[in-house]
Design a binder for this molecule. Sequence first.
Ligand SMILES: Cc1cc2nc3c(=O)[nH]c(=O)nc-3n(C[C@H](O)[C@H](O)[C@H](O)COP(=O)(O)OP(=O)(O)OC[C@H]3O[C@@H](n4cnc5c(N)ncnc54)[C@H](O)[C@@H]3O)c2cc1C
Length: 402
Amino acid sequence: MWRNWVGNQSCEPARTAAPESEDEVSELVAAAARDGLGIRVAAAGHSFTPVVVTDGLLLDLTRLPRIRSLDTDRRRVVVGPATTIGEFGEPLWAEGLGLANQGDIVAQQIAGAISTATHGSGLEYGSFSSSVRRLRIVTATGDVVEATEGDLLHAAQVAVGSLGVITEVELEVAEAYRLREQVDHWSWEEAWEPFEELARQHRHYSFFWMPSDDSAQLYGLGEPGVSLADRCHVKIYDAVGDDVPDSGEPHRRVGPAFRIYPMVYEPNFHELEYFVPFERGRDALAAMRELMLASLPASVFPMEVRTVGAEEAWLSHSYERETVVISVSGTPGTDYWPYLRDVDRLLGEFDARVHWGKLHFLTREQLLARYPRGADFLALRASLDPEGVFLNAHLQPLFGLQ
Ligand SMILES: Cc1cc2nc3c(=O)[nH]c(=O)nc-3n(C[C@H](O)[C@H](O)[C@H](O)COP(=O)(O)OP(=O)(O)OC[C@H]3O[C@@H](n4cnc5c(N)ncnc54)[C@H](O)[C@@H]3O)c2cc1C
């Protein structure tokens, strides 16, 4: 029995395996495909969508070697697929390197993160997928392909595990950098009015807007006795030089970037995340605030607001456009679907794309309309996996032959 981290997805695969080498992955894949089984990889299980679920073969790749080589001059790191975001921190820092950007947590495996275009915040940076320079992928026949450039690379950079099993990842990384944090509680007007200027001015500008008094407590953002209803928990990170000393002062920390980014969450929310074009972002945010105030009490969780820079991965939320990221959550155990559907309808009017790992209602028609290279992805995918071995019931309607 496999279950994801928040507990809203589970499955009972016919076979499970934890191979120790790429050759073993190839044998397992070829045998499962011959036997007519579907194949999925379970990474850290932090997706909210049924992207891992299978009744066929479920692979755990944590026994494959993790960090394999580091090239400081070329700023490249070669790793195994199950290397977690957290595992990059110290070894890269020791070589004067760092991941160019990071999201809210470090538990994800790199192959899981890139398969869903996991991202942080900042218009100068794409998602993890945008740093991918080479992938080794075991395809449905058990053969290995290397995606190094052009169409194959841009399709493979975000493929939700639908092209095959990623067995090696080469990433371009950044020079090591330190960050200064500024966390404050601002009014909606202070955070929203100058949104575009602040997003351009700072390396990272993001905020959580709280619809109700309870919202802040749900993500551990509040302070006892202080009402944050209709206020914003704002985070700004900027790079600083060595003249600024490290500091552990709450809300004003300074230190190596990989130590500043991570937050800690309880698995008490089911998240939806959509991406709208940057220039329409402020309007979308204002419309979302109105919707959430009108939809209470279902929308008790904060709305998280971030940005992502444009990138080349075909299935990325930020393919060839800068985006504003809007995330909201439902409370487990409640019927939050009508509220999330309202969000889907509203943001659909803003040409929203989705996070493949977070709840969404995207249809194949919308995929083809909102992702300019969506049709090319489907064609390339079908050529690599004509039998749909790497699809499951969730992905078949989106990516499968019809
Ligand atoms: C608390 C929390 C915080 C989060 N914060 C952020 C955030 O800040 N930014 C953001 O963008 N997202 C965030 N997410 C979403 C999360 O980053 C994505 O869902 C990500 O995919 C999870 O990585 P994982 O290792 O758990 O992958 P999984 O959920 O296990 O898998 C994701 C997909 O990748 C496929 N896959 C995994 N490994 C391989 C492989 N080797 N070969 C082929 N396919 C593979 C799986 O089959 C699946 O389809 C968050 C989620 C949670 C629960």
